[in-house]
Design a protein around this ligand. Structure first.
Ligand code: HXC
Ligand code: NAP
Length: 266
């Protein structure tokens, strides 16, 4: 028996064509859901759809930038036209690079705010009309940067803190419509673009892993497992939370991650 059965459910993953978000999409597809993924690059969209279809299920993909609300809504509307109301919405598009605050041009800071924070706003705001009500579950992908200040991450810290406030406010406003809204905050996750950028050498990766209370990087599957639970009836009374899936980094263990980012950005 599958631990979670999402047969007949529709899952839309914004930024779902690589890394952690694609891992989440795969987990829901394996659990029986029909998947819709959206990101900027058509080649990544095509590759993700092909990979998701390998599970034997149905998958659709759209090329759109979360910074463009009209393009984002067009993808959600097309998903709704094909599958009906969306049951689970994952908002995970993000951009990041290590840089000192004084090395961030106004446009550099704005770019990360536009993708992570404004993008999350656009995805959620345009999606509500296409969600199952009652019953839908929204998961925003956050990061330890939301609650742990990190040097050389002023842009990402500001953006992800905003994402988690969107989670809390949306949970308050949409709860009575039967929509739950939560954040999942992965810690350092192995084999991802994010960690390739923030801890690019084996030495820095060891520094990061040593600082995590569980002593290692997490896996994409571990983040996906948390999402499977959060979207399930097992979590039906859970809304407005930021769930760290970070090996204990939220306890203060991300010091090594912060040091790694600093060492790389100098
Ligand atoms: C300083 C930089 C920079 C850098 C770009 N910029 N990289 N500034 N240091 N390393 C500046 C540019 O000079 C420009 O400013 C502005 O940012 C916009 O750059 P563009 O390349 O024009 O932007 P765009 O094509 O929109 O690309 C966005 C991007 C890119 C964020 C810069 O890297 C991207 O598309 N990333 C998506 C993939 C990604 O980042 N994945 C990792 C997510 S991990 P000027 O002033 O010159 O115009 C994550 C959290 C990890 O989010 C947490 C780990 C615990
Ligand atoms: P990733 O592989 O680069 O994933 C980012 C995804 O977002 C890609 O599918 C990308 O595809 C898409 N995307 C980026 N900008 C977009 C835009 N403007 N519009 C639409 N889609 C866009 O990175 P990752 O490391 O797996 O990170 C995934 C998520 O986890 C992010 O939210 C990140 O902040 C979070 N996170 C990661 C870690 C980690 O250890 N890696 C830790 C904490 C949190 P396109 O390039 O085709 O647009």
């Amino acid at each position: 028996m599958k631990p979670f059965d999402y047969t007949g459910k529709t899952v839309f993953v914004a930024g779902g064509t690589s890394g952690i978000n694609l891992g989440i999409a795969h987990a829901f597809a394996l659990a029986g859901a029909q998947l819709v993924v959206m990101s900027r690059r058509q080649d990544k969209v095509d590759a993700a759809v092909t990979a998701l279809k390998a599970h034997g299920g149905v998958a659709l993909g759209f090329s759109a930038d979360v910074r463009d609300p009209a393009a984002t809504e067009a993808a959600l509307k097309a998903a709704h036209a094909r599958f009906g109301p969306i049951d689970i919405l994952v908002s995970g598009a993000a951009g990041n690079f290590p840089a000192p605050a004084l090395g961030l041009s106004p446009n550099a800071f704005k770019t990360v705010i536009d993708i992570d924070l404004m993008g999350t706003f656009h995805v959620l705001r345009t999606a509500v009309a296409y969600l199952r009500q009652p019953g839908a579950c929204i998961i925003n992908i956050s990061a330890p940067q939301s609650y742990i200040p990190m040097a050389f991450q002023m842009h990402a810290c500001a953006a992800k803190a905003g994402v988690d406030m969107i989670t809390r406010v949306a949970a308050m406003e949409w709860g009575k419509s039967g929509i739950r809204v939560n954040s999942v905050a992965p810690g350092p996750i192995a084999d991802t673009e994010g960690m390739a950028r923030l801890s690019p050498t084996p030495e820095l990766s060891r520094l990061v892993a040593d600082s995590v209370p569980l002593g290692r990087f997490g896996t994409k599957q571990e983040v996906a497992d948390a999402c499977l639970w959060l979207a399930s009836p097992m979590a039906s009374y859970v809304t407005g939370v930021v769930l760290p899936v970070d090996g204990g980094c939220s306890l203060g263990g991300a010091v090594g991650l912060a040091r790694a980012v600093s060492a790389d950005a100098k």
